[in-house]
Unconditional design. Structure first.
Ligand SMILES: NC(=O)c1ccc[n+]([C@@H]2O[C@H](COP(=O)([O-])OP(=O)(O)OC[C@H]3O[C@@H](n4cnc5c(N)ncnc54)[C@H](O)[C@@H]3O)[C@@H](O)[C@H]2O)c1
Ligand SMILES: *[C@@H]1O[C@H](CO)[C@@H](O)[C@H](O)[C@H]1NC(C)=O
Ligand SMILES: *[C@@H]1O[C@H](CO)[C@@H](O)[C@H](O)[C@H]1NC(C)=O
Length: 435
């Protein structure tokens, strides 16, 4: 299985796959929205089935986050509330008070630190699951703690905890980054996608809807929703009805759920479709990260190619650019318009691509890493397995450019140099890379 853990796990996306020619897709085209509705009904039905057939006793994987949700977290009490309040306290004049879910994650850590730096109030929430090495999440937590950000340990599907947080702090914004990421993990633990990306998201939106005042919500979708699209670059209006993985399906479902809460309850919602984010403190399950580890170890790395020796490429986006896009989204988010379960008027609903707009072949990524690490990689060219990865991603960012002033400035060479510098220093302190 490890050799299949290849490309970056997260933003799987699209390209020139033959599946595009299948009769099924043609039918979709002819029957338009009816077929689309049927299609999504099936996806939802599937998710519900997966959800219900996974009884806790039927799965004893120690790394199953759904089981972990049965774990009781320690929260509550005057000392805890004091820490929560102090972390969320706004320190600049027009600052906001933000709940950041997934704060011990890669993107969550960087966004939390950036918000705190400019004087916003920040409270983190994370369950520290072991989808990848939890010690890396703990190290990020320690980093945030030093800058005054407290991460509450708990699950986004815990409604009592979320309600309590909103009782203690009147958050003006929620930056929702907690999710089950990665595409290949679905073979091992499909329920974790339902738990975090569907049930957890609904729970979060329910609590936000009930909060008074309601916060504005910015959340991470994924470029994977473009699925097996062949039209590039991907624009926000392009079709998103051909997911290539359960991960992508839950992100797409999340977008539909978010729209629903916007329509019915007046929640202000902004969905961000990230394209292969990389950088210091990154995710060990992603290709750039474990390529670095394996090249240094002298281990052979699998490099995928698409059908007919086609190139597999990714629109790699440096973390600092993503952070700027997240902060700009929060800054331009309008207030939610509902209260008491009813909306008083239409609320803002947005979706943006946050990419770099220049796809790089994965073999070029390896060449850059070889140069930075001064080690030659042992390459094993393999066919791209049909288990969730897509051959190609490329973002059209004109919408984010126009409305957020988003403009990525870090190219892959520059960004990888910073990643490698971090990697070497982090793992030379006696710590071992794992995953
Ligand atoms: N990194 C990328 O390239 C990329 C690309 C597209 C989309 N995204 C999305 O961006 C978001 C952040 O991604 P990341 O790369 O930082 O991933 P990450 O795995 O590093 O961070 C997610 C964090 O959420 C936490 N979490 C998961 N389920 C939870 C739950 N039920 N309750 C509380 N905490 C929970 C995890 O412990 C983890 O720390 C995710 O929604 C991901 O799907 C990331
Ligand atoms: C999420 O929480 C709800 C309500 O507490 C619970 O019934 C459900 O089992 C949880 N869902 C998952 C997938 O863990
Ligand atoms: C990018 O998206 C915009 C809409 O936001 C569209 O007008 C434009 O034509 C797209 N560009 C390309 C090259 O597809």
């Amino acid at each position: 299985m490890t050799q299949l853990k290849h490309l970056d796990n997260s933003p799987p996306t699209p390209g020139k796959f033959k599946m595009d020619k299948s009769p099924y897709i043609h039918r979709l085209r002819w029957h338009g929205s009816l077929a689309k509705l049927t299609f999504w009904s099936f996806i939802f039905l599937g998710l519900i089935l997966i959800f219900f057939f996974r009884s806790p006793s039927s799965n004893s994987l120690p790394s199953d986050p759904s089981r972990r949700s049965l774990r009781t977290y320690n929260w509550g009490g005057p000392a805890w509330e004091k820490r929560v309040r102090s972390s969320a306290r706004v320190r600049s004049r027009h600052g906001m008070s933000v709940l950041v879910t997934g704060a011990a994650g890669f993107v969550g850590t960087h966004v939390s630190a950036a918000l705190k730096r400019r004087g916003d109030g920040v409270l983190g929430l994370d369950c520290f699951n072991d989808y990848y090495d939890p010690s890396l999440k703990r190290a990020r937590q320690a980093l945030l703690e030093r800058s005054g950000v407290f991460i509450v340990e708990g699950d986004i599907n815990d409604s009592a905890l979320l309600s309590k947080l909103f009782e203690v702090v009147a958050f003006t914004h929620v930056m929702h980054l907690a999710a089950q990421a990665g595409v290949r993990y679905a073979m091992e633990n499909p329920g974790s996608y339902v738990h975090s990306n569907i049930a957890g998201l609904v729970n979060l939106l329910e609590v936000c809807k009930n909060a008074n005042p309601q916060p504005a919500i910015v959340w991470a979708s994924s470029s994977s929703v473009y699925g097996l699209n062949t039209k590039v670059p991907f624009s926000e209006r392009d079709r998103t009805d051909q997911p290539a993985s359960l991960y992508a399906a839950t992100k797409k479902a999340g977008e539909e759920i978010a729209h629903t809460y916007n329509h019915i309850y007046g929640l202000s919602l902004t969905g961000l479709r990230f394209f292969t984010v990389y950088g210091p403190w990154g995710r060990p399950d992603m290709a750039y990260f474990f390529f670095t580890r394996d090249i240094l170890k002298g281990k052979t790395i699998p490099i995928f190619e698409a059908a007919n020796h086609g190139t597999v490429a990714r629109d790699f986006t440096y973390i600092d650019d993503i952070v700027k896009g997240c902060l700009a989204s929060l800054d331009t988010a309008e207030k939610s318009t509902g209260s008491g379960g009813k909306k008083k008027g239409p609320a803002q609903l947005r979706v943006f691509n946050l990419g770099n707009t220049s796809p790089v072949p994965v073999s070029d990524l390896v060449t850059i890493l070889e140069r930075l690490l001064k080690v030659k990689a042992k390459r094993n060219i393999m066919k791209l397995p049909r288990n969730g990865d897509v051959p190609f991603t490329h973002a059209n960012i004109s919408s984010a450019q126009r409305e957020l002033g988003y403009k990525p400035t870090t190219d892959l060479q520059t960004g990888l140099k910073k990643f490698v510098r971090w990697y070497v220093s982090y793992y030379s302190g006696g710590k071992k890379a794992s995953g």
